[in-house]
Design a protein around this ligand. Structure first.
Ligand code: 5GP
Length: 188
């Protein structure tokens, strides 16, 4: 069902493109269709994890054809280390009380799964009616993360990516595709 090996790559203006805008658009529509079908008449609360998920979330909600509510949380920055430290700081909490709500966490990318694991556990403690995850990219599929990602865009190789909301030191979030950084910047 998911693409395990995304090997088709092209070089666009110095970026090695992993997933181009057409494939992103198609997959985001498919995820929105799945969510819309599953949440008919339920009005889920979509929790967008800032900052990286903002473009994915903006595209996703515009493809939903069900009523929904949006909230945002912000967590500690990834910095320039290109690896999650696992230490998650909650910089901005929800504005909504999620008790009894159908909650969907909207995440850009799962690497070790530590960030989502932390968010998931802290939300679970607030007693939502249901709690699911939609993640555009998953690098954890080959590891031992026990997160249950119900809606998943693409399984990708374990390599640092930028674009479509994802940054490298706050740059490149506006790229309309997912790409590997240029050789010289990747080693930062
Ligand atoms: P995890 O806690 O799953 O190891 O890391 C998840 C977070 O690390 C993501 O929300 C994202 O902020 C950041 N991250 C993980 N992999 C990448 C990547 O390839 N590119 C970018 N820009 N951020 C990443």
């Amino acid at each position: 069902m998911y693409e395990h090996a995304l090997k088709r790559m092209t070089v666009t203006e110095g970026f090695e493109v992993l997933i181009d805008r057409e494939r992103l658009k198609k997959r985001v529509s498919e995820l929105a269709a799945e969510i819309s079908a599953d949440y008919q008449n339920r009005r889920p609360l979509l929790v967008v994890v800032l900052k990286g998920s903002f473009i994915f979330a903006a595209d996703l909600v515009r493809e939903l054809d069900i009523e929904h509510v949006i909230d945002f949380i912000a967590i500690g920055s990834y910095g320039s280390a290109q690896r999650s430290s696992g230490a998650v700081r909650l910089l901005k909490d929800l504005n909504h009380n999620i008790e009894g709500q159908d909650v969907i966490i909207v995440e850009d990318i799962v690497d070790s799964g530590l960030t989502l694991g932390y968010i998931y556990a802290s939300f679970q403690a607030r007693r939502p009616n249901t709690l699911e995850i939609v993640a555009l990219l998953d690098k954890s599929w080959n590891g031992d993360s026990d997160l249950n990602i119900k809606y998943k865009g693409f399984e990708i190789p374990d390599r640092f990516v930028i674009g479509y909301g994802l940054d490298l030191d706050e740059q490149y979030r506006g790229l309309p595709f997912i790409a590997y950084p240029k050789e010289n910047e990747e080693s930062l």
